[in-house]
Design a protein around this ligand. Structure first.
Ligand code: ADP
Ligand code: MG
Length: 498
């Protein structure tokens, strides 16, 4: 569970990178946090705005129960404390896309407290990152500057949409860990069905807090990079920011606590506002909303409804099929991949009854998904949901191998055929006559012919040139178009040559 910290080399010695993330995840809900307006992505500007979202005087917010449930479920998925008492506060600031002049958020009393998320690293290790809190808040609208040179337009469709702000402890130590954190969090949210995780559509975005320090020193001053909306950009922003801070400190300078923006076209961060002009948000409890009170029963009901989450699934795959940690982590990294594997497994279960054989085939199946299937998906730029080979058909292919109907070599050809035609492997094998020949007499006849055709090689083999055994196997397999059962070929050849 512990990973050695990798230090960054400066010109005057090593530096440690410290990162904490504040992730904004849009809670999946048809309606907004305090109004019934729709949340569909891509609607005509201002088509989904209620009087509350537009802050008409006298309008009262009403909490959307669905959004509260999504926050609780997410908290449970993050192994976090759910607070039975939480409060909605007004966070006051002026901006054209915020008609009320305040955002309703949670400050002192968030709905979810401390928890953790275990992230999967590329070297196969796991690292635990602390979660500080999760609170519910409204999203703001959007200013549009690129429609006319002389005017800015405001689209309030997003105004009032429910966001879950998930704050991590400063436990992250590299850009790779930060990316792994966002990937794992995104995966968890999608398993839970509490956020669609769509970063291109803005459903998930991160504020990235970065500081550096000498190994063993106290935390350094951080810069906060706002609203980074892709996993690749998170990596780039951190690399750039770490170098910038190290250079300043090594030249005897100081880091300003400031808010920065990541410019994706330049791969740089630049200052947006410094601590001096930091906002005083004058938080106070929203007088229109009573504290949010939850009962144990409500929380336990939601806990019982949770699906099997990625870490539990990963462990089950490892235990049941002897998968390596890395492979199991890949298979559970996206809910769609896990679903594909499980639908395939279900089909295997129908056709293979012995538990040992089933475990073996389950592992073969995993290897085929991670190998042949991923390669084909990659080549054609398809997601697993769009796969041309359906989970049941892939299971049938594994069964054909397990029963010895076809060899692994032939299976690769059949897979190519399945990918091209979408046909079931049993049909392909039958139509093309690819069944493996285990019939001794056919194989013996072929061996006899090959040995008769190659008397010199036979003599050399008998004189001690053991390596020639492979030559004979190859010849037989070729002659029989790869359909001979390799085990039978080996046995019979040994007998004949001894
Ligand atoms: P604020 O609410 O003002 O943004 P917080 O103290 O709540 O400040 O921290 C916000 C985020 O910054 C958290 O994710 C936290 O882990 C991270 N953070 C705090 N201190 C540091 C630091 N020195 N270096 C990097 N990240 C930090
Ligand atoms: Mg912050």
């Amino acid at each position: 569970m512990t990973t050695a910290t990798k230090y960054l080399e400066g010109s005057t010695g090593p530096w440690e990178l410290v990162i904490g993330l504040e992730v904004h995840a849009q809670a999946t809900s048809k309606a907004k946090l305090f109004s019934g307006a729709a949340t569909t992505f891509g609607a005509e500007p201002n088509a989904q705005v209620s009087f509350i979202d537009a802050a008409f005087p006298g309008m009262l917010p009403v909490i959307n129960d669905m959004c509260v449930k999504q926050a609780i479920k997410t908290g449970l998925g993050l192994n976090a404390v759910i607070h039975k008492f939480s409060v909605f506060d007004r966070k006051n600031y002026f901006y054209p896309d915020l008609p009320a002049g305040y955002q309703i958020s949670q400050f002192k009393h968030p709905i979810v407290g401390q928890g953790y998320l275990d992230i999967d690293l590329e070297n196969g290790e796991t690292k635990r990152i602390g979660i500080t809190r999760l609170h519910l808040e409204q999203d703001a609208g959007k200013s549009i500057h690129d429609q006319r040179p002389d005017a800015t337009f405001i689209d309030l469709n997003r105004a009032g949409v429910a966001l879950m702000e998930i704050v991590s402890e400063p436990d992250i130590r590299s850009a790779e860990e930060a990316q792994a954190f966002v990937k794992k969090l995104r995966s968890l949210l999608r398993y839970l069905g509490t956020c669609d995780g769509n970063m291109e559509q803005g459903s998930l975005r991160a504020d990235v807090n970065v500081s550096v320090r000498r190994p063993g020193e106290d935390l350094g001053t951080r810069a906060e990079i706002k609203n980074v909306n892709s996993i690749r950009f998170i990596g780039q922003a951190i690399h750039y920011e770490a170098r910038r801070q190290i250079e300043i400190l090594e030249n005897g300078g100081q880091i300003d606590q400031e808010t920065r923006l990541f410019d994706a076209s330049k791969g740089e961060t630049r200052s947006m506002r410094s601590k001096e002009d930091a906002h005083d948000y004058r938080y106070f409890p929203d007088p229109d909303l009573p504290p949010l009170l939850l009962t144990d029963e409500e929380i336990e009901t939601l806990r019982r409804q949770l699906p099997e989450l990625p870490d539990v699934k990963k462990k089950r795959f490892m235990d049941s099929f002897g998968l390596a940690h890395y492979d199991a982590a890949l298979l559970t990294s996206e809910i769609e991949i896990a679903n594909y594997y499980e639908q395939s497994l279900e089909e295997l279960q129908k056709k293979i009854s012995s538990p040992d054989d089933l475990a073996k085939s389950g592992k073969t199946l995993a290897n085929w998904i991670l190998g042949e299937l991923f390669a084909a998906l990659n080549r054609d730029s398809l997601t697993i949901v769009e796969s041309k080979v359906k989970p049941q058909d892939l299971a049938d292919l594994i069964v054909l191998m397990a029963k010895g109907t076809i060899s692994g070599r032939i299976a690769k050809d059949v897979f190519v055929d399945m990918w091209e035609t979408g046909a079931n492997p049993e049909v392909i094998v039958k139509e093309k006559g690819l069944e493996q020949v285990s019939d001794d007499s056919a194989i013996t006849a072929c061996i006899d012919r090959i040995l008769a055709e190659n008397p010199d090689h036979v003599a050399d083999y008998k004189a001690g040139k053991d390596k020639l055994f492979g030559f004979f196997v190859g010849k037989v397999m070729k002659e029989m178009a790869g359909k001979a059962n390799p085990t039978v070929v080996n046995e019979l050849l040994k007998k004949k040559l001894s």
